[in-house]
Design a protein around this ligand. Structure first.
Ligand code: DHB
Ligand code: FE
Length: 284
């Protein structure tokens, strides 16, 4: 059976990718943000995962507001990024995975999650920036990726409890896949931030730190919120916490998790930038 090694929550803001492309990691603005990442990279290097299931939100590259699937999953051989409007550098394609993708898709539909299945899909910074953070120099081609996009741009969007349950169903699907692949799950985005409106620049550090604490053993503490409560507490785009909750949901059923890394840095592009690594008993 495929094995879930653990989950990683990470920021995904586009400026991180630009900073890496320009070699700005040691600049004062970026230094302590980037210093958090090597332990997580080293863990991945040691674990040698075959597949990464990445919960992210598409900010408008593939799905704009006019057609917004609640949950969309890729089942393609390859995924490409594209210019999202700020002249992002062309980066290598992301390698896809089709067998586990289809297994997940079938499992989800059988279990009442009626997702959108994408055999073609562009992937935006929500997916590519965390990959580049983990494998600098865009050296992520060896890992097979299953993109899972959850709507958090266009109301109505799935509730925290639904995002968590969706992640849990994907975790169950991974565990029931007849293969010996090693899988990691990512939840990208957040943490608290609001990019526009009267509260632009709003960050709630105590709430972010509380969420990271609850992620370890008590995710249910967060799944009772409505998205409106999340917006109040974490800003209009703080609903990206739902990506982290889906990642954490996938680890339900793995028993006690070991928190191997937690860090938080602000501000990075007006966000509270969290990084967290939760390992299962399958990790070396
Ligand atoms: C920005 C983009 C994001 O997707 C996000 O979650 C936070 C910030 C930005 O462009 O600054
Ligand atoms: Fe985002």
């Amino acid at each position: 059976m495929a094995k879930l090694l653990g989950g990683i929550g990470s920021s995904h803001i586009p400026a991180i990718g630009v900073a890496m492309d320009k070699g700005l990691e040691q600049e004062p603005y970026w230094k302590s943000f980037f210093e958090a990442y090597p332990p997580v990279r080293e863990w991945l290097y040691k674990q040698e995962p075959d597949i990464a299931v990445i919960f992210y939100n598409d900010h408008g590259l593939e799905f704009f507001h006019d057609r917004k699937p609640t949950f969309a999953i890729g089942a393609a051989e390859q995924y490409e990024n594209a210019d999202e409007g700020w002249g992002i550098a062309e980066i290598p394609p992301v390698t896809g995975e089709t067998e586990l993708s289809w297994h997940i898709v079938n499992h989800l539909v059988e279990n009442d999650f009626d997702i959108t299945i994408c055999q073609e899909m562009k992937v935006d910074h929500g997916l590519t920036v965390p990959l580049t953070l983990m494998w600098p120099g865009h050296k992520y081609g060896h890992i097979k990726v299953i993109p899972v996009a959850i709507n958090c741009e266009r109301h109505p969007m799935p509730k925290p409890s639904r995002s968590f349950a969706f992640g849990k169903a994907i975790g169950d699907a991974i565990r029931s896949f007849a293969g010996d692949q090693k899988v990691v799950v990512f939840g990208t985005g957040g943490l608290s931030h609001q990019l526009d409106g009267q509260r632009a620049g709003f960050i709630n550090k105590p709430f972010d730190l509380w969420c990271m604490e609850k992620m370890v053993d008590e995710p249910e503490a967060m799944t009772g919120f409505s998205n409106y409560e999340l917006v109040e507490k974490a800003g209009a785009q703080g609903v990206e916490l739902n990506m982290w909750l889906a990642m954490r949901g996938a680890l339900e059923g793995e028993g006690k998790l070991q928190e191997l890394h937690r860090s938080y840095h602000l501000p990075i592009s007006n966000t509270g930038a969290g990084l967290q690594l939760l390992a299962t008993a399958h990790a070396k």
